[in-house]
Design a binder for this molecule. Sequence first.
Ligand SMILES: Cc1ncc(COP(=O)(O)O)c(C=O)c1O
Length: 373
Amino acid sequence: MAIYLDYNASTPIAPEVADAMQPYLQEGFGNPSSHHWASADLQSALAESRTQVADLLGGKSSEIIFTSGGSEGTNHALKGAYFQSGGGDAHIITTQIEHPATIETCRFLERLGAKVTYLPVDGEGYVNPADFQSAITPRTILVSVMHANNEVGTIEPIAEISDIARAHNILSHTDVAQSAGKIAVNVEALGVDLLTLAGHKLYAPKGVGALYIRNGIKIEPLIHGGGQEGGHRSGTESIVMAVALGTACELASTRLSPDHLGKTRDYFWSALHERFGDAVTQNGKLNARLPNTLNVSFIGRDGSKILECLDGIAASTGSACHEDQVTMSPVLAAMKVNDQTAMGAIRFSVGYATTLAEIEQVVESLSSVVQSM
Ligand SMILES: Cc1ncc(COP(=O)(O)O)c(C=O)c1O
């Protein structure tokens, strides 16, 4: 039995995406900048892929640059904004629950002299825009808040945050690695200047993503060189990866169905609650959460031990084991979830292929594992 409930960690490549990549694995191997037969049509394939990405995000194709994934996009956005501003003690505002791609980039910039404020969240992992407003200083250049959290799925008030940012002449960035393909992501509705997309969370391969840079916004490139991607990101373009991301984005636009994911996730929670009663609880903002994400705590238990015993079932736990010590997930710690609850947390994330029969099997397995502990 192999059941995959870790779609927030990564997704399989959709068959349509694999098919679209195929021609570029063998033919079309030329350098997209060359002007001979081996490069014929590569520029148009690249342009079409860029349009597909832009369409999913509600932006213009001139605002999309291809990257290697979520980490690169966020590194580029944050470092690019910092260097463009002149660096020094420029101030960046982010949150305590960001992905390490954001937190560790901020830590690096702090070593260069940047000042960073890590905003707190409430018990549901939600950022209060008023906290952002009060953290602003005359040196603030950028705010970076994720659209949806990877562990608990909480959806953040990005439109409100970017409104405040705009009123103070501050750039706004959001990381939509988890939200794109699960809920609507629109750059106009969100009002952001910069946005990070990761391909492997929406059925494209690992190693591709995109950074949205609103027309007129200038940030320093992360990779300097031959000036590809409109000078934003040098390096010979990978047509096969661009086509993969474009196809995945088009697929996401057409099959975006939060209802389907939400029904599967809610069925899972009902079954768990029926089986375990008050011994299980949900983490995150229940009324503003990614539809596929179920972060549950088996109170007083060790989530990582439960997962270890769940034979053939792929899911995640936020707690990490360092030198025999199990530490709490930084996200649950920022939410001030008590120890007994946080240590028992497991993140299940469903996808388009998840069936109710699989959910029933997982609940049965959980039942026998927890009873035997
Ligand atoms: C919210 C979030 N941001 C960024 C990333 C990093 O993306 P990538 O693995 O494509 O670098 C992830 C992946 O786990 C994520 O969940």
